[in-house]
Design a protein around this ligand. Structure first.
Ligand SMILES: [Zn+2]
Length: 239
């Protein structure tokens, strides 16, 4: 599925029109909102129309349509202004990019260890679960410094669409079924690349370069079974 926020994650305000409407929910001709998925929370924000302002409380994606769930039972129509909460989006883009860096370094340092789950939070923290056989938690904790070195180097983050069969043939490109986005209608998958560090399938919003994130801290490592390690990170300025 192609989303406007994939191509233009910096454009947070869009003048657009209602394309379909029900009491309390609406689809838009063009939407700047990320509806959530792959561990990234759906955006917050508002929709303004001639009758007032409604808060966007969540999303319901069905049959290729993104329904914006509103905090009013009104059935809105006509031209609207859709506005994403910029602080919230910035936090998600930072955390999301940082989870890719963590993921890449774990993949390199622990023999292709895969992600089994990821979740980002509004408070500027995120957790990632890795399937690592007999992991040494001190070695995991020691990744904090190389992660911050990648942030400091301000490396470009780019994206491209590749055919599914190519994506499956490249080792490490699809790290986890839980984070891989659904393919587009023409059978392609979105690949996010941090130059010379990481390439993986992902459908979230990221920074344009790693330096857009503040440094991170590794806050906690939990053992979730013999193979599973849960690593919690936080943006240093918030945690
Ligand atoms: Zn991503």
């Amino acid at each position: 599925m192609h989303l406007f926020c994939h191509e233009q994650p910096e454009t947070l305000t869009v003048e657009t029109a209602v394309s379909d409407s029900r009491p309390g929910k609406v689809t838009l001709a063009q939407s700047p909102f990320y509806p959530g998925g792959g561990g990234q929370l759906g955006d917050r924000g508002v929709v303004r129309w001639s009758g007032g302002v409604a808060k966007v409380m969540g999303f319901d994606v069905s049959a290729g349509k993104v329904w914006h769930l509103l905090d009013t039972p009104a059935e809105i129509a006509g031209p609207v202004e859709a506005v994403v909460d910029s602080d919230f989006r910035r936090t998600m883009r930072q955390l999301h990019t940082d989870t890719h860096i963590l993921n890449a370094l774990v993949f390199q340092s622990f023999d292709g260890a895969l992600v089994t789950g990821v979740q980002m939070y509004e408070d500027g923290t995120a957790r990632m679960d890795f399937d690592i056989n007999g992991a040494d938690n001190d070695r995991l904790r020691a990744l904090e410094s190389p992660i911050n070195e990648v942030i400091r180097q301000d490396i470009a983050v780019s994206f491209a669409y590749v055919p599914m069969h190519e994506a499956h043939a490249e080792r490490g490109l699809i790290r986890s079924r839980s984070v891989a986005p659904p393919p587009t209608a023409d059978g392609k998958i979105r690949i996010v690349e941090i130059a010379d560090l990481d390439r993986q399938a992902c459908g979230g919003t990221h920074l344009a370069s790693t330096g857009g994130s503040p440094p991170i801290r590794i806050l906690k490592i939990d053992n979730k079974g013999r193979h599973n390690r849960r690593v919690r990170i936080g943006l240093a300025e918030k945690s």
